[in-house]
Design a protein around this ligand. Structure first.
Ligand SMILES: NC(=O)c1ccc[n+]([C@@H]2O[C@H](COP(=O)([O-])OP(=O)(O)OC[C@H]3O[C@@H](n4cnc5c(N)ncnc54)[C@H](O)[C@@H]3O)[C@@H](O)[C@H]2O)c1
Length: 293
């Protein structure tokens, strides 16, 4: 990685907490300017103070990725302060907290999750790509997907999985277009992991807008944190492994200088799951669910 990030400017959506926050610190410590767009005002205040304490050059803006105008304002703010933008992390995402049979899900869950996870990625591509392709130097757009959707279908969160399946198709297509066009933008697909990452994703309800309120407080699953997941896993007799978001940031930032498309940490277990899925499709065997852990 060495001095690759020195003096570069990066925009990170959803950078006030979790994976995005760790990426912001990883970049900042490597000498980059960081611009964060997020909707969680408490987390934004905390990250502002913490970045300042480390003397990391930053700008934090309220930005809702479901709005292209809001993303455009974020880009304008970044350019106003730092003149250029070299790297974009389209990272904001939520878990809708869906539970029970698919046919019983609240439409509000479908709409909110597609709005943030899918439209957030589409809006980010629409706003940032026209700028990035004008830069003479190599630039990056990193889109946060999920293995759950991109290359496997974990049971129990079908809305989330569907959004991330769509996000991955779009990311891979963007890569092909950029490659075929000979454009100097590196497209990367970031997969936080290899295990469940210790972030606020399971408590996304904290930023659920009023228009998507479904009249339930907390998640119907009863899982509102990684700790809840661990407890539930214990009840089912297995030990849920987790990953710290700093590890995800480290993995992602190690991949960009090489121009890697797959920012993905494998384990023997995750490779076996992908292998089983490929075998199942080739052999046309009946799908059986894989476990989250
Ligand atoms: N945690 C995991 O295990 C895991 C696994 C695979 C993928 N991911 C993906 O990683 C990304 C980051 O999530 P995380 O796990 O760090 O969770 P997180 O909740 O800690 O961080 C997500 C951030 O996105 C922000 N956000 C939510 N809605 C927004 C909106 N409309 N506009 C702007 N910002 C918004 C939140 O305020 C939060 O700061 C997401 O795309 C998520 O789907 C996470």
């Amino acid at each position: 990685m060495s001095d690759y990030y020195q003096g570069k400017t990066a925009i990170i959506t959803g950078g006030a907490s979790g994976v995005g926050r760790s990426i912001a610190f990883g970049l900042g410590r490597a000498g980059a300017n960081v611009v964060i767009g997020d909707v969680d005002t408490n987390a934004m205040a905390a990250v502002t103070a913490d970045l300042a304490a480390e003397q990391i050059s930053h700008r934090i803006e309220h930005c809702d990725v479901t709005s292209a105008e809001s993303l455009q304002a974020l880009l304008d703010a970044a350019l106003e302060t730092f003149n250029e933008v070299d790297i974009v992390f389209a990272n904001a995402g939520i878990g809708a907290g869906e539970a029970g049979p698919i046919w019983g899900f609240s439409e509000k869950d479908w709409q909110w999750c597609f709005n943030v996870n899918l439209w957030g990625a589409v809006n980010s591509i629409n706003v940032f790509m026209p700028y990035l392709v004008t830069r003479p130097d190599r630039t990056h757009i990193v889109i946060t997907g999920s293995g759950n959707g991109a290359y496997m279908v974990l049971p129990d969160v079908p809305i989330y999985t569907a959004t991330k399946a769509a996000v991955h198709s779009i990311t891979e297509n963007l890569h092909y277009q950029v490659q075929m066009g000979g454009l100097p933008v590196v497209v990367s697909a970031l997969f936080p992991g290899p295990h469940v990452v210790e972030t606020g994703l399971f408590n996304s309800g904290r930023v659920r807008p009023e228009e998507f309120d479904k009249g339930v407080s907390g998640n119907e699953t009863g899982i509102n944190s990684v700790e809840d997941m661990k407890r539930m896993a214990e009840e089912y007799g297995f030990d849920l492994k987790t990953t710290h978001p700093d590890e995800v940031a480290e993995m992602a930032l190690a991949g960009l200088p090489n121009g890697d498309f797959w920012l993905l940490a494998h384990t023997d277990e995750s490779k076996a799951k992908i292998q089983r899925r490929a075998d199942m499709i080739i052999n046309k065997t009946t799908p059986i669910p894989e476990s989250v852990g």
